[in-house]
Design a protein around this ligand. Structure first.
Ligand code: ADP
Length: 268
């Protein structure tokens, strides 16, 4: 069904957020997973989503990655509607071509790396730029080598994923996502599948992205200490809504809502 409500065709102005959810709802059959979500993320901001299992955290990332459609509302990336396109001066649900085009602005790293198993680390990082962005191979190779070096696995460039540790695979996955020069990076539980001793390898790479590169990032994590250290803002999700949000010290040290307090005392 075409969207009839009064959402703008695009967002203009000097301070538009890099990501904006406006009244976004998502249902699976009879189950409403996101309830009219409003969420703005500014350019260069690092936002972490925390909350109980089933509260809709991963769904937020999946709709941003266009892996799922939404049922109501609009999502804008850098002012352009991600989930919709214009027709007759109105917004209508996006077709596959629009989604493919918009998806290039978004990089995602998953819990289970999802590297291409038949390609080396270097080839994994060149594939998207060459085949999706049309970059020439020489330039894509140079960029891929730079990124593999940045995440500390340049010496593994000719190895296939099966020859790499979990921490190394996740770092290659981060380099692969960055190779597409996304406007927004999404991290979904990127340390959950890792052995405890290699978690630091991956969190240190993300810390560097925050401190040196000022990328716009949205992260779902169960690692409260990590979220507290690196996030500009923490959003506590409960039942498909933002129950409470604020700086790390607001949310962790002075939570205002009972549900936030209960969650934090259960996980700490
Ligand atoms: P979280 O990441 O906070 O654990 P999710 O976003 O994964 O939560 O899921 C929110 C709710 O949506 C859960 O109740 C989950 O069971 C349900 N859900 C997620 N994906 C699907 C799906 N593909 N089909 C049906 N229900 C789903």
């Amino acid at each position: 069904m075409d969207t009839q409500v009064e959402y703008p065709l695009c967002l203009n102005g000097p301070d538009i957020p890099m990501v904006q959810f406006r009244n976004v709802s998502k249902r699976y059959g009879g189950l409403t997973v996101l309830h009219g979500l409003d969420l703005d993320i500014s350019e260069g901001e690092m936002v972490s989503i925390i909350g109980p299992s089933g509260s809709g955290k991963t769904t937020v990332l999946r709709v941003l990655m266009t892996l799922e459609t939404i049922d109501d509302g609009v999502i804008y990336i850098d002012g352009k509607p991600l989930t919709h396109m214009t027709r007759d001066n109105r917004l209508v649900p996006a077709n596959q071509q629009h989604l493919r085009h918009m998806r290039k602005d978004i990089g995602m790293c998953f819990q289970h790396f999802n590297l291409f198993p038949h390609m080396t680390a270097l080839e994994n990082c060149m594939e998207g730029p060459v085949y999706s962005l049309g970059m020439n191979k020489k330039e894509a190779r140079e960029r891929a080598l730079e990124l593999l070096d940045m995440v500390g696995v340049a010496d593994k460039r000719d190895q296939h994923p099966s020859r790499l540790s979990g921490g190394q695979q996740q770092r290659v996955a981060i380099a692969r996502a960055l190779a597409m020069r996304p406007k927004v990076m999404l991290f979904d539980e990127v340390t959950s599948a890792l052995d405890p001793e290699v978690i630091g390898e991956v969190t240190n790479v993300i810390r560097r992205l925050v401190s040196d590169h000022k990328l716009t990032m949205l992260m779902v994590t169960h690692q409260m200490g990590f979220a507290r250290d690196i996030s500009d803002r923490i959003c506590f999700f409960y039942d498909g809504k933002i129950e409470e949000q604020g700086t790390a010290s607001d949310v962790f040290e002075n939570p205002q809502r009972e549900r936030t307090r209960q969650f934090l005392s259960a996980v700490n």
